[in-house]
Design a protein around this ligand. Structure first.
Ligand code: FMN
Length: 212
């Protein structure tokens, strides 16, 4: 058996102090995101999205952050996928970014809302043609008989859209996760990590330090 007990690494790259915490966590996120880009973090905009059924059965998967807005985090997906089915009935969700190159994690909790069809169109238009066709062809999260089934669907849509603009299918678009909690985590020596949590209160964001 692989010995995982002895896989460990101490964190010592950076520190996170209350004095570093700007008043608006979305600005703080932008700051950290730019540092992740500068550090050439692998897939810096990949985030874990956790959703749950109304009776509390969770599931999670990676999606890509495609926009940081003043009021939330935008990702795109199939509106008939498992995640969408869950968000339709329980829009509480959580996001997690792990930027190992900086020994950082950002945890977000909030509620997801569909963005407007016009906003989804704006992003869909800049996607490569093959990705656009993929959005049409893939019945995301459904059981399919085999790989060939998908490849035939792609060919069908290629024919259907030959020489035409590939418009956005109605069942594909964006969600914005509007946060009520954002935690910034910085790894420190001997597991005494820094954790700064922002919680949305009636009078704005409250900043607190949490024990590691
Ligand atoms: C790096 C990475 C990026 C991904 N980005 C997206 C994305 O932006 N949107 C999406 O729907 N699925 C994305 N996926 C696939 C999802 O993880 C997942 O398989 C899919 O959305 C179906 O999830 P569901 O059945 O829980 O709805 C990505 C996967 C990886 C590994």
């Amino acid at each position: 058996m692989t010995d995982l007990f002895n896989i460990r690494r101490d964190f010592s790259l950076k520190t996170l102090d209350e004095a570093d915490a700007v008043a608006d966590p979305m600005q703080m996120f932008e700051l950290w995101f730019h540092e992740a880009l500068a550090a050439e973090a692998l897939e810096p905009n990949a985030m874990n999205l956790a959703t749950a059924t109304p009776d509390g059965k969770p599931s999670s998967r990676i999606v890509l952050l495609k926009q940081i807005k003043p009021d939330g985090f935008v990702f795109f997906t199939n509106y008939e996928s498992l995640k969408a089915e869950q968000l339709n009935v329980n829009n509480y969700c959580a996001l997690n970014f792990a930027w190992h190159e900086l020994e950082r994690q950002v945890r977000i909790e909030g509620r997801a809302e569909k963005i407007s069809p016009q906003e989804s169109d704006t992003y869909f238009e800049v996607r490569p043609a093959k990705s656009k066709l993929g959005a049409w062809a893939s019945p995301q999260s459904k059981v399919i008989p085999d790989r060939e089934y998908l490849e035939h669907l792609i060919l069908d849509f290629e024919t259907r859209f030959a020489g035409k603009e590939i418009t956005r299918p109605d069942n594909w678009g964006g969600y914005i996760v509007k946060p009520h909690l954002i935690e910034f985590w910085q790894g420190r020596k001997n597991r005494l990590h820094d954790r700064i949590r922002y919680r949305m209160m009636n009078d704005g964001w409250k900043i607190e330090r949490l024990a590691p």
